[in-house]
Design a protein. Structure first.
Length: 724
């Protein structure tokens, strides 16, 4: 019998053929090569109910939160990319237990991957094969992971639900107030990118909290909309405990959130995104001021540093219309940032930031500043409520709950006048009228390169100590002069424009905006500005179609074909965005030739396992809303671990098709980003991760900045198969 790595009771989560979810308690056992579960703790040679062989091709997918009869469970799905319909879906009632299992399983997978790629000098070169129906070569192995496990969940239905979150997004003017990066984001990423800092003014100290107000003017917003305000406090509890409390909407919330009256789930989009209905208890002259309610999108994620981000933004929903006796307020932007601090006296400590910018709506609200500030401070005081709740509570084991809405009577627009006439006699709907029943229920920086381990020989460490070259202060890598490539012969349908205020265009992003691993990263974890790119970005295409667009490099007349005719080598990144209409943004990087033995050449000619373990993306959002910046982040991301990447090796090119829709986390970010894409300026840098002293320092393949992209500017490509 193999060594048991971890074992214990977990929830077996799944969905029946009739559509209803189910949960069963099962005993899970993780061994060095096997994950299995039993009805009870196994004895002797008991046969498990189900098993899954663990190897380097396995992946642990974070399905996020699922709701079952009001109970929230944290779901993990473990599967092998080589076996389409074989996976195990497990869940826990608290996120701590789910994280432990996730870490243990990933540890076993990493051990198998390390054994597979231990000999880094052996790479398989895949020859290009023309005439393939799907445009892929034998090296395209990752696309097999995009499947639906019928036993567990209907992923096709999940994809349809995901599309409902994309939409057109709110008006562009809503997000103009957050063009600069706020200071807390800058401090969290001080070693990555040099961001400009948004200025906040300390407004007051109240209930042990620091209350900040945004200095940026918001004249373009309605008078009834407040400036963004945030409360910052310290809570003596773990991030996981605070996160679970923030996510719940049961009776416990009355004990720490004085602005809460009622909350329920309208729609569960996926494990990280949900539509919620929320009634506020503001108590400001309730005899003459109507109460407020909200309908908003809530998105959450866990970062690699153990922090949690919970984001809010109002939206309309067909099952959550205006309610009699309530004024529908509008959250411009808001949420929680829950970050771990160093323990003190053996007790965990967490910094909680609660940001809110809200339009309370209603007649005359914009002219009563005291009403706006009173209500906003009452909501922000929930941070103090969290602190006091944990300081006075010993039992924290109850799993979080959230009521689920079945039907909500909507108030038609035509009846608003009659409601105003009955204002004095109308009373809020009773909470008993809100039916509670069961409901069926999926920055990228989750896969940070900081998880990588480096094994350095003791002799090298001693040599480094005696002869240390400090290159932290270097502003760029020393570059060798290279021949310039004539860019005039390349073109794409998305135009290039180097002006700062340009729209619907791209430009080359300065490599020094990104920080990469230095020559001595293995010893001191230092990073330096990236400097000049290894390849030239010659064109960008912006495509759309009714289906996903794979292997775009086969398109006649594209930049790859032009480069090939001139004897140049190309690396193509095809970022595939799912939805009712599929989009692809394609970046063409070109160079004279690949240097034999270089890390880039080994990546191009390596196998998929090596490519997935090394391909890295560094994102940033120089211009965009707070909610988008928090979602995208700026932490380097190993694309092969975060999403499915499919590689097509042609005679003079390598195409990487990045299927963003294959990741629950990336899908959640897309749901927020795609609706406000016209307001964003996004930087992306692509590189191959360096893990050894021989491979360091890291070099960028290339970097690009895309500005205020318009969805309508995308065109339908004419791929080679269309001519057949």
């Amino acid at each position: 019998m193999s060594k048991v790595i971890y074992e214990g009771w977990m929830v077996r989560y799944g969905r029946r053929k009739i559509g209803r979810s189910f949960i069963h308690m099962r005993y899970f056992v993780l061994e060095s090569r096997l994950l299995a579960y039993y009805k009870k703790k196994p004895q002797d040679n008991q046969v498990p109910i189900k098993t899954l062989l663990i190897d380097g091709n396995c992946r642990v997918e974070d399905r996020g939160l699922k709701t079952h009869h009001g109970h929230m469970v944290y779901v993990l799905s473990v599967y092998n990319k080589k076996e389409k319909y074989h996976r195990i879906t497990m869940a826990a009632f608290n996120i701590q237990e789910a994280l432990i299992w996730k870490e243990k399983i990933e540890f076993v997978i990493d051990q198998h991957q390390e054994s597979q790629v231990a000999n880094g000098n052996k790479y398989i070169s895949f020859e290009y094969k023309s005439g393939m129906d799907n445009g892929r070569t034998a090296s395209s192995s990752d696309h097999e992971s995009q499947f639906s496990a019928q036993e567990d969940e209907d992923d096709a239905n999940s994809n349809l639900l995901r599309r409902t979150t994309i939409g057109n997004g709110p008006p562009e003017s809503i997000f103009d107030w957050t063009r600069e990066f706020d200071s807390e984001l800058s401090s969290q990423n001080a070693n990555n990118q040099a961001f400009s800092r948004k200025h906040w003014r300390l407004l007051q100290c109240q209930n042990g909290l620091r209350i900040f107000e945004e200095l940026l003017e918001v004249d373009y917003l309605p008078r009834s909309c407040s400036r963004a305000m945030k409360a910052v406090g310290v809570v003596e509890a773990s991030c996981e405990e605070i996160f679970e409390l923030v996510m719940s909407m049961d009776g416990t919330r009355f004990e720490w959130d004085c602005s809460f009256q009622y909350g329920s789930l309208v729609e569960e989009v996926d494990g990280h995104t949900a539509i919620l209905y929320h009634r506020l208890q503001l108590d400001w002259f309730p005899m003459i001021v109507w109460p407020r309610d909200l309908c908003y999108v809530r998105y959450w994620r866990r970062n690699d540093d153990g922090s949690y981000v919970v984001l809010f933004r109002s939206r309309e929903h067909e099952n959550c219309g205006p309610q009699p006796g309530y004024v529908r307020a509008h959250v411009e932007s808001g949420g929680y940032n829950i970050s771990p601090l160093k323990p003190r006296n053996g007790r965990p400590r967490t910094q909680v930031q609660h940001l809110m910018q809200i339009d309370l709506k209603g007649w005359g609200v914009g002219y009563i500043s005291s009403f706006q500030q009173y209500c906003l401070l009452q909501m922000l005081n929930s941070v103090a409520g969290l602190r006091e709740w944990f300081s006075q509570t010993d039992e924290r084991g109850a799993p979080p709950r959230i009521p689920v809405m079945v039907n909500m009577a909507s108030t038609s627009l035509s009846s608003k006048k009659s409601l105003r006439q009955q204002e004095s006699s109308v009373h809020p709907a009773s909470l008993d009228q809100m039916n509670i029943a069961s409901r069926n229920s999926t920055i990228m920086d989750e896969y940070s390169e900081e998880d990588e381990e480096f094994q350095i020989a003791e002799e090298e460490q001693e040599a480094y100590k005696t002869k240390h070259e400090n290159d932290v202060k270097r502003t760029a890598l020393e570059e060798e002069p290279v021949e310039q490539i004539d860019l005039s012969c390349f073109s794409g349908n998305l135009r290039r424009d180097d002006r700062d205020n340009a729209r619907d265009c791209w430009r080359i992003s300065d490599g020094n905006n990104f920080r990469v691993r230095s020559k001595h990263f293995c010893y001191d974890k230092t990073k330096i500005p990236a400097g000049k790119h290894l390849m030239d970005l010659v064109a960008v295409d912006w495509f759309k179609d009714t289906k996903r667009m794979d292997h775009v490099a086969r398109r006649q007349g594209c930049a790859v074909q032009v480069a090939s005719e001139k004897g140049l080598f190309s690396v193509v990144f095809n970022l595939q965005v799912p939805g009712s209409t599929h989009y692809s943004m394609v970046f063409y990087f070109v160079t004279k030739e690949l240097i034999p033995g270089s890390l880039l050449q080994r990546f191009v000619d390596g196998d998929d396992e090596f490519r997935n373990s090394r391909l890295k993306l560094i994102p940033s959002v120089p211009k965009g809303s707070w909610i988008v910046r928090q979602s995208v982040g700026s932490t380097p991301c190993l694309l092969g671990k975060a999403v499915d990447c499919n590689y097509i090796r042609g005679p003079k090119y390598l195409e990487v098709d990045v299927d963003i829709g294959s990741s629950t986390v990336a899908n959640g970010v897309l749901g927020i980003v795609i609706g406000v894409i016209t307001t964003l300026v996004v930087d992306m840098a692509f590189l191959v991760q360096a893990n050894t002293t021989d491979e360091l320092p890291e070099r960028l393949i290339g970097a690009v900045r895309v500005s205020h992209i318009e969805l309508k500017s995308a065109i339908v490509p004419k791929l080679e198969q269309d001519n057949l």
